[in-house]
Design a protein around this ligand. Structure first.
Ligand code: UD1
Length: 342
């Protein structure tokens, strides 16, 4: 029962990963400052796994608190570091918030392990590829200049981690480059809880279907894609959670690729916005109100991942498809509508 620290473990991807870690026989310990998450998710996790995970509320940007927490928990063998600010638009308006939150927490955690071996899994993003020249995009594709401070924090964090893994012998690191996480746990007890008006496609779709939003605006219909809308590689959040468990296991076995490695976490399939809407309509059994609007600034036209390296070297492969993603997202939206957490 290795103890794995899950930072941001009350959040969307973090909470699903806590469940999958527990299912795989690990003891997850959560640290979260609740800046963008709801403490009641801890009770929801308990409803799924039958026990309440250990939880500590503090900000990892606080160097003293982080150092004393790590010193008081010498049996932690791995860290999955989700805690970070993640809204692209907000990062453009308030870049300092992003550089502060996303770097101080990372550096404080790494510093707390200068004397000890640690397995470290980092939440990165396919945003590092920008608009890829070749699709599907592989891990060896060039990293392109980030178009937002949020994206820049992911790129720089990857560089920091690679340098650290090379300079010291005690850090074993994997960065997972997520494509577009969607969906919810099959129990519908946990899922995405966007703050205010959702910026991402799936929560906007489900909130429109439940009547919270009037209609979805599809950003652009004349892109150079088969149906004119943008294409993404949507990945079920439970599959994504399992990729973290696979990463911890690979680090425990010893990664033959070395002290620092990156993996794409997607399905390898691209779906357009219009295809995603169709899949949602099928899963929910109702039409979705939408209209076409102008293109969104900074949007990538199309990206989907090559997942061969993940399947052969990480030993992980997505099992759930677009239908399960849409059905679970819809089940969660209905659940949370009937059972609001606050
Ligand atoms: C964005 C970020 C990515 C980040 C992720 C976090 C950019 C370029 N990328 O991904 O770095 O990791 O969020 O979750 O900002 N769409 C609509 N109408 C809407 C909302 C979205 O048509 O109301 C379309 C978008 O144009 C896009 C697709 O849906 O084609 C997915 O959008 P979204 O869910 O926001 O994710 P990304 O932009 O891919």
């Amino acid at each position: 029962m290795s103890k794995i620290l899950v930072t941001g473990g009350i959040g969307y991807i973090g909470s699903h990963t806590v469940v999958e870690l527990y299912n795989a026989g690990y003891t997850p310990i959560i640290v979260d400052n609740l800046s963008n998450s709801n403490i009641k998710i801890l009770d929801q996790i308990e409803k799924i796994i039958g026990v309440k995970p250990e939880f500590h509320q503090f900000d990892l940007c606080d160097i003293q608190q982080t150092a004393s927490f790590i010193a008081a928990n010498p049996d932690i063998t791995g860290i999955i570091h989700f805690a970070a600010s993640k809204a692209v638009g907000e990062s453009v308006a308030d870049p300092l918030k992003y550089y502060h939150n996303n770097f101080f927490s990372l550096i404080n955690l790494l510093n707390a392990y200068r004397e000890k071996e640690i397995n470290f899994v980092f939440s990165s993003s396919c945003t590092v590829y920008g608009e890829p020249d070749i699709l599907p995009v592989t891990e060896s594709a060039p990293v392109k200049k980030a178009t937002s401070p949020y994206g820049n924090t992911k790129q720089i964090a990857e560089e920091i981690l690679e340098e650290i893994a090379g300079a010291y012998g005690n850090y074993n690191i994997i960065a997972l480059r997520y494509f577009n996480p969607v969906g919810a746990h099959q129990s519908a007890l946990i899922g995405e809880l966007p703050n205010g008006v959702p910026q991402n496609l799936l929560p906007f779709i489900t909130q429109t279907a439940i009547g919270k939003r009037e209609k979805l605006t599809v950003f652009g219909n004349d892109y150079d894609t088969p149906d004119g809308s943008c294409i993404r590689d949507y990945i079920h959040v439970v599959d994504l959670a399992k990729a973290h468990v696979a990463a911890i296991k690979l680090l425990e076995r010893g990664n033959p690729n070395g002290k620092y490695d990156v993996f794409n976490v997607g399905t390898g399939n691209g779906y357009s916005v219009l295809e995603a809407i169709k899949a949602f309509e099928k899963a929910s059994g109702q039409p979705l109100k939408y209209e076409f609007g102008p293109k969104r600034d900074g949007d990538i036209i199309q990206v989907w991942g090559d997942v061969n390296k993940s399947s052969t070297e990480l030993g992980w492969k997505a099992e759930l498809g677009i239908d399960e993603m849409m059905a679970s997202a819809w089940a969660w939206e209905k659940y949370i509508h009937e059972n609001p957490l606050d």
